[in-house]
Design a protein around this ligand. Sequence first.
Ligand SMILES: Cc1cc2nc3c(=O)[nH]c(=O)nc-3n(C[C@H](O)[C@H](O)[C@H](O)COP(=O)(O)O)c2cc1C
Length: 173
Amino acid sequence: MPDSVEDRLRRRVLWAMPSGLYVVGSAAGGRVNLMTANLAVQVAVEPKLVGVAVDVASVTHGLVAAGGGFSLSLLAREERAVVRRFVKPVREDEIERENGGAVVSMAGEPVDVHVTGAPVLARAAAWLDCSLRHRLLLGSHELFVGEVVAVGGPEGDLPPLLRMEDTRMSYGG
Ligand SMILES: Cc1cc2nc3c(=O)[nH]c(=O)nc-3n(C[C@H](O)[C@H](O)[C@H](O)COP(=O)(O)O)c2cc1C
C-alpha cells in the first residue's frame, strides 16, 4: 500500500527532530567497528548513562552486545565528511593494526582505544567511553544504555559540534 499523507507527515516530523550526529565505536573478540548514529542521548544523570539505539541487523549491534561497551565520538561541526565514511561497516582490509594487534586506524581515520576497547576517532572534539549497563529490545533497534567510564575533550570550551541539521542526511522517520 502506498504511503498515506499521514505516513509521510509522520516521517517528516520524525526526521525533523533535532539531534546530534556521532560515531559509535564497538569492539569484541578482535573485531572493531565505527558507525554513524544520531539516535544517541544522555538518559540518566546519576549514574551518568547514555543511550544509543542500534539497528539489530548492524555489525555494531553484535559487537556492543558481545563486547559489553561502546564509545561515542563527538565531532566538530566542520567534520561532516567523517560521518559519511561510517555509514557502512568498516571492512577488515580498511583496518590498520600495530604488530601487537592494537587498532591504529579505520577507513583511513586514526583511532585510539581507552577503557572499554571500543575505538574512538582521534579527531573527535570530545568522546565518551561507556560500559553497557542495560539493554532494551524495541523492534528494529535495540537501546543500549552505557555508563560513562571515561571521557576526553579539551580543557576549555568545546567547539560547536556536528548535528544532523549540518548535513543533508536523514535517518529514522
Ligand atoms: C545520518 C545517519 C544516522 C544514522 N543513525 C543511526 C543510528 O542512530 N542507529 C543505527 O543503528 N544506525 C544508524 N545509521 C545507519 C548506520 O550508520 C549504518 O547502517 C551502518 O552501516 C550500520 O551499522 P554497522 O556498520 O554496524 O553495520 C545512521 C545512518 C545515517 C546516514
